[in-house]
Ligand binder design. Structure first.
Ligand SMILES: C[S@@+](CC[C@H](N)C(=O)[O-])C[C@H]1O[C@@H](n2cnc3c(N)ncnc32)[C@H](O)[C@@H]1O
Length: 334
């Protein structure tokens, strides 16, 4: 059974409406990250045209689509006109004997399934980067490169209406993809939320190190997802505030070492804070009629009826996430 099926079976009370500014003050006053409740703001309102919807088939296969007027959801299992989805709440519907679950994607769902150009910063890593960058409402962040716009959306959500993301991308094709992905997410969000997604992303089609007009000492943090940091780090020194972090995403540990060697050789005033790899261990949780692990009497996602089981069996999943990248955090010290 997928997480989403659990979500519908074990539905928790949701915060009806949490706008960005309220959310920001809540986070600041309590130190608790309430961001997930932002997504829940629309859960109980029916689907509308122009929303992006996730379809989840058996065995966890997922697909994003937009509810366009006159469109239809087609799969090998059959066809459902979008008109039959619009106006309904999140629900499970069936093609013949198969179940397909329609629901609003979270930002994580969206980034993992949207159309990509270059590889995105994986959401588990983006979340860690946001924390390591120590950004929140009103922060000003420099990002490069924009790539597919995945990390950009995470940064945008973190800094809210009063913040600002300046995102630099050298390749026009990639920038186009990033823009489209960001626009599509914002468009869908704005259809089903009272408070619109913050207008805080500024894309620049430019090599970040040639952005000479950038004012100095302005950014609260810098996020880099680039192959080679050596030319970029001296530039970052001019625009990042002293005492603030640059957080970089590097797939290979050799890139991390090369970066540190470069900093040492060039005597760049960065202090290494830490290098981390974010590892999520996935667990398989299955409804069962028995606690006997060897009986095999677990229920698949499609046939687990609401009260047709008494227990859960749990074990580490056979499918684990592969390595994604290392995250390196450095502080500008002078
Ligand atoms: C791996 S992608 C970034 C993916 C992005 N973090 C996301 O989540 O979608 C790296 C991008 O950096 C861009 N890039 C590389 N060097 C650059 C530079 N000096 N200035 C601006 N963009 C650059 C590349 O064209 C590429 O699109």
């Amino acid at each position: 059974m997928s997480n989403n099926c659990y979500r519908s079976l074990l539905r928790l009370p949701v915060v009806k409406y949490v706008g960005f500014s309220r959310c920001c003050s809540w986070i600041m006053s309590t130190g608790v990250n309430l961001l997930h409740t932002i997504n829940d703001a629309s859960l109980e309102s029916p689907f509308k045209y122009d929303e992006i919807v996730m379809a989840e088939h058996r065995k966890g296969r997922k697909r994003l689509f937009r509810l366009t007027v006159g469109g239809q959801f087609a799969s090998p299992l059959g066809i459902i006109p979008y008109a039959q989805i619009v106006g309904t709440n999140e629900r499970s519907t069936s093609f013949a004997s198969h179940q397909v679950l329609f629901y609003r994607p979270t930002l994580e769902d969206y980034i993992l399934h949207m159309k990509r150009g270059p590889t995105v910063t994986y959401p588990k890593d983006a979340a860690a980067m946001v924390t390591m960058m120590d950004i929140g409402c009103g922060s000003k962040v420099l990002e490069s490169g924009s790539g597919s716009g995945g990390l950009t959306l995470f940064l945008s959500r973190a800094v809210g209406n009063e913040g600002r993301i300046d995102s630099y991308e050298v390749r026009s094709g990639h920038l186009e993809i990033a823009r489209k992905n960001v626009q599509a997410w914002k468009g869908s969000w704005n259809v089903n939320h009272l408070q619109t997604w913050p207008d805080n992303i500024y894309f620049f089609h430019q090599d970040v190190i040639k952005a000479l007009t950038m004012p100095t000492d302005v950014f609260d943090a810098v996020a880099l997802d680039l192959q080679d940091l050596s030319d970029v780090l001296p530039f970052v020194l001019k625009v990042l505030r002293i005492g603030r972090p640059v957080v970089a995403y590097l797939p290979n540990i050799t890139q991390v070492i090369t970066t540190l060697q470069h900093i040492k050789q060039q005597s760049l005033p960065f202090s290494l804070d830490r290098v981390v790899e974010v590892y999520h261990k996935l667990w398989h949780i299955a409804p069962s009629k028995t606690l006997n692990f060897s009986s095999g009497a677990t229920h698949s996602e499609s046939n687990a009826k609401k009260n047709d089981y008494d227990y859960y069996l749990a074990r580490p999943s056979h499918a684990q996430h592969p390595h994604t990248a290392f995250i390196i955090k450095m502080i500008r010290i002078e």
